[in-house]
Design a protein around this ligand. Structure first.
Ligand code: GDP
Length: 297
């Protein structure tokens, strides 16, 4: 593992102050330096780290930490609590429409795991929520993307609505909603086009699909491995179209997941799911507390 956990990092400082009986404000300061390094190493946005350390320092100095017999553990606990709070505290469920169908738009850059996540999400909806999802192939720029969704649909025995690459994504969405009404699908998941970069054309197309389908959820799929880039992507998408939630993929990889913290702080939008592998059952609800433990190491 390339990272050194925070608890481990604090050990050195703790050794020094052991036997001191009490710790000073300077000791707390030194611990905060370690917290700062640990978070930066976990790829948390610098501005977020700064504000965070300030909050934690205030709590640590203000509370009984300095009088405590286990100041190091106290600090780790405060850090964990605050990390959890920063990520929304509680798990954040899918928003279902009052009147079916619930429309979920999947957006994101190419390669983030959007299509895979669409399949995984449909699996979750069917298994845990007893829903009858319709998958919609709206990436008309890459025939391979449509093919990929159709293959997933076959594998999962779920219907995939496609009109090929010659019909506009908005028209595909419109006809998909008609199909959903006809076939009594209670969830429609629209897999939109992913591009290599955030650009005007992509955003306009998403806005058009959004205006027509009035989604209950707009899920941005981002790759956790891309760290700070993921945060910038989240910011751009949120500013342009207004996302309702984030799915953080590839958390099974070698990443501390600092992106989770930054994305939440920067966009104020909840992370709803995390991708933990390539298989169709590897999508889990996002738990802020578990992520806090992971970031701490
Ligand atoms: P899209 O271009 O955004 O639709 O991306 P894809 O769904 O095609 O995914 C790109 C690659 O990432 C594929 O090889 C997926 O199997 C892989 N992938 C997606 N989600 C995860 C995940 O949570 N963990 C891992 N390890 N791989 C993932």
């Amino acid at each position: 593992m390339a990272f050194e956990g925070l608890a481990q990092r604090l050990q050195g400082t703790l050794q020094k102050i052991k036997g001191k009986g009490k710790i000073s404000e300077a000791d707390v300061k030194e611990m905060m330096r370690e917290v700062r390094f640990a978070l930066i190493e976990a790829d948390v946005n610098l501005k977020v780290v700064k504000e965070f350390v300030k909050t934690v320092s205030e709590r640590a100095v203000g509370q009984d930490v300095m009088k405590s017999l286990t100041p190091g553990q106290q600090v780790v606990k405060i850090v964990k609590d605050e990390l959890t709070n920063l990520m929304g505290g509680e798990q954040n469920p899918i928003q279902f429409a009052r009147k079916s169908p619930t429309v979920i738009m999947m957006v994101g850059l190419q390669g983030a795991g959007k299509t895979t996540t669409t399949g995984k999400l449909a699996t979750v909806l069917r298994k845990r929520h007893n829903k009858k999802p319709l998958l919609v192939a709206a990436d008309v720029y890459r025939p391979a993307a449509i093919q990929q969704l159709q293959t997933l649909g076959k594998q999962l025995t779920l219907p995939v609505f496609s009109l090929g690459t010659d019909v506009s994504p908005v028209e595909i969405a419109r006809q998909a909603l008609e199909e959903a009404a006809r076939e009594h699908h209670d969830v429609v998941i629209i897999d939109t086009a992913g591009r290599l970069h955030v650009d005007e054309k992509l955003m306009q197309e998403l806005k058009d699909i959004q205006a027509l389908s009035k989604p209950d959820e707009v899920f941005l799929v981002v790759d956790a491995m891309t760290g700070q880039d993921a945060v910038n992507v989240a910011k751009s998408f949120d500013e342009a179209i207004g996302i309702t939630g984030v799915v953080l993929t590839k958390l099974d990889g070698d990443t501390r997941g600092g992106a989770a913290l930054s994305i939440r702080s920067v966009t104020q939008k909840p992370i709803k799911f995390v991708g933990m592998g390539e298989k169709m059952d590897a999508l889990e609800p996002f738990h802020p507390e578990r992520m806090a433990s992971r970031i701490l190491g």
